[in-house]
Design a protein around this ligand. Structure first.
Ligand code: GLC
Ligand code: CA
Length: 583
């Protein structure tokens, strides 16, 4: 990594806020911007550098803000533009940057563009969307992620044509082929950059370009993408032209960053987006790690055995390698589209919740990639595991339920699987304290609060020196003060070990050794380095330490060690590949 490649967005930690569930200020049961403002000091206390805020624009909330009806305004439930300005200033005063969510694959059907477009084929806005004229018969099948019928085309009587919606029927896809539409989108982006926002997380950005000759692609999707439509959707013919144009038209002159949601993108394509001299985007997040332990076909069906660690190491090692020379990655284990990190990748039982959450934090904060933490993960919030469909609010779960019902599929199995994988698991309100409704609201929360809030809450965590939260704060500080953890090279050891993930991070003459037990077993483990008998770990997520044994979910960091102090059993191999490390 050259000096010139250094950047604030590579060195910082991102904290994602799901505003609907963060903090309610007025008792309507819905989190809001004044609520976030009341927690600014808390955000600062975490040591994080960037906030990614899920959409807060005008929206009828078919998909919790991802269906935007006004890009220049704030959603009524969340507050006003004045509130937003106070939030932005409050973050900047605390040296925290703000990334907004940019949702421009689709709008709401209540956006004025669509309201105009659906009136007549003559409307100037008709061409802002994708249509299939009914005189040509029924449109070639496209799958819709959130439609109860699974069909991405919906008929509109006034224009006698079908409009395209990769997501729900209230989320029509924008036609990027139209230069006027693209300019209208760039205008929106410039508006927010001029306000001072520091970047965008880009929703479903790989889907913006489509093959508008609309070929029948069912066989292609089956054969090439294993029936996963995201793969096909992510490969439109003009995607990179649009991204290049967007960068030039909106970002020149602003010190901003972008984070692409890159579903359907494989490792071989990553650099097309983020190679620095291609001047498109800055960072992306992939789904390869997230999909481990799920069947890809249909809805996310969890494998009861959970994700396989050898596979996980392979994925994250490969994604590290791709950015070895150029571009930059991110790393995350949960967000608003996923279940809770500790429930999915760790162990949320009373016995192991704390220790496994700390182990996962150690992982995220010691990899060469910008870490993204989802709100609530810093206190170890867990899946709620609803057992009836009525408890869910998420359109993805509700419409998939209807879809499976219409196909007479096993709904009980679906509900059981959703306890592991549903998005609402990660969306339950933030647990601030043990008062009524976890201190989130004085009213009725929009989504049920997890019963464990009486003991699992921020206040309790803040007053306990050994809590997950305090560990998080210390680990964030450690990353900040240890350049090797940001820019250092990453080397994997014991890649075939089924329970332990061991790697080093090395920068100049400094090295850290990270050893993580991803299992609930206590195991004998021979660390692949000769360490002094009296060595003390720099980080240990538990009180005990023994050179030969790892406790369940134990996380250890040794170092920073000058390489002369560490003797690798693999010294020869390391020397051959890493000349700068003189063991
Ligand atoms: C992205 C968002 C998700 C949303 C979808 C449609 O995947 O992260 O929450 O439902 O796009 O906008
Ligand atoms: Ca509110």
């Amino acid at each position: 990594m050259s000096e010139t490649g250094k950047n604030w967005w590579k060195e910082g930690v991102i904290y994602q806020i799901y505003p609907r569930s963060f903090k309610d200020s007025n008792g309507d049961g819905i989190g809001d911007i004044p609520g976030i403002i009341s927690k600014l000091d808390y955000l600062q206390s975490l040591g994080i550098d960037m906030v990614w805020l899920n959409p807060v624009y005008g929206s009828p909330n078919d998909d919790n803000g991802y269906d935007i009806s006004n890009y220049y305004d704030i959603m009524k439930e969340f507050g006003t533009m004045e509130d937003f300005d106070v939030l932005l200033k409050g973050l900047h005063d605390r040296k925290i940057r703000l990334l907004m969510d940019l949702v421009v694959n689709h709008t709401s059907d209540e956006h004025p563009w669509f309201k105009e477009a659906k009136q007549s084929r003559e409307s100037a806005y008709y061409d802002y969307y994708h249509w299939w004229p009914a005189e040509k018969g029924t449109p070639p099948f496209r799958y819709s992620h959130f439609d109860a019928s699974g069909n991405a085309w919906t008929y509109n009587k006034a224009t006698n044509s079908y409009y395209l919606h990769y997501f729900s029927e209230k989320m029509p896809d924008i036609n990027w082929e139209n230069a006027a539409t693209r300019q209208a989108i760039y205008e929106i982006m410039r508006f927010w950059f001029k306000k001072g926002v520091d970047g965008f997380r880009m929703d479903a950005i790989c889907y913006i370009s489509k093959d508008t000759s609309w070929p029948d692609v069912r066989n292609l999707v089956r054969d090439k993408y294993n029936n996963d439509w995201a793969g096909y959707y992510a490969h439109g013919p003009h995607l990179h032209d649009y991204l290049q144009e967007m960068r030039k038209e909106t970002m020149d002159g602003f010190d901003v960053t972008t984070l692409a949601e890159a579903s359907g993108i494989t490792i071989d394509e990553a650099l097309l987006f983020v190679k620095e001299d291609r001047k498109q985007l800055h960072m992306l997040y992939h789904f390869e790690g997230m999909m481990l332990g799920y069947e890809k076909n249909g809805y996310k069906r969890p494998d009861p055995k959970g994700p396989d660690l050898v596979q996980l190491k392979k994925v994250y090692t490969a994604w590290d390698e791709v950015f070895e020379q150029d571009g930059w990655g991110t790393i995350y284990l949960g967000n608003h589209d996923q279940p809770r990190m500790v429930s999915r990748w760790g162990n949320d039982t009373e016995e192991f919740r704390e220790v496994s959450a700390k182990m996962l934090m150690t992982f995220l904060l010691t990899m060469r990639a910008t870490p993204i933490f989802y709100n609530g993960d810093e206190i170890g919030m867990t899946n709620i595991r609803f057992n009836k469909i009525e408890d869910y609010r998420d359109i993805e779960t509700i419409n998939m339920y209807k879809y499976l019902q219409s196909k007479k599929e096993d709904l009980e199995r679906f509900l059981k699987d959703q306890q592991t994988s549903a998005r609402d698991n990660g969306r339950t309100p933030f647990q601030w304290d043990d008062s009524i409704n976890a201190g989130f609201t004085t009213g009725k929360p929009w989504l049920k609060i997890n019963d464990n809030y009486t003991t699992l809450n921020e206040a309790a965590a803040s007053s306990n020196d050994r809590s997950i939260l305090q560990f998080f704060r210390q680990m964030v500080l450690l990353r900040k003060h240890t350049p090797a953890l940001v820019y250092g090279t990453y080397d994997l050891y014991d890649e075939k070990h089924p329970q332990v993930y061991t790697y080093t991070r090395t920068l100049d003459k400094e090295m850290l050794l990270i050893v993580l037990n991803f299992s609930k077993e206590k195991i004998d483990y021979d660390i692949p380095f000769q360490l002094a008998a009296d060595i003390e770990p720099l980080v240990n997520n538990m009180l005990t330490f023994n050179l030969k044994t790892l406790e369940p979910y134990q996380a250890l960091i040794f170092g920073p060690l000058p390489p002369s102090k560490v003797v690798s059993r693999r010294a020869e191999r390391v020397l051959k590949t890493k000349k700068e490390v003189a063991f």
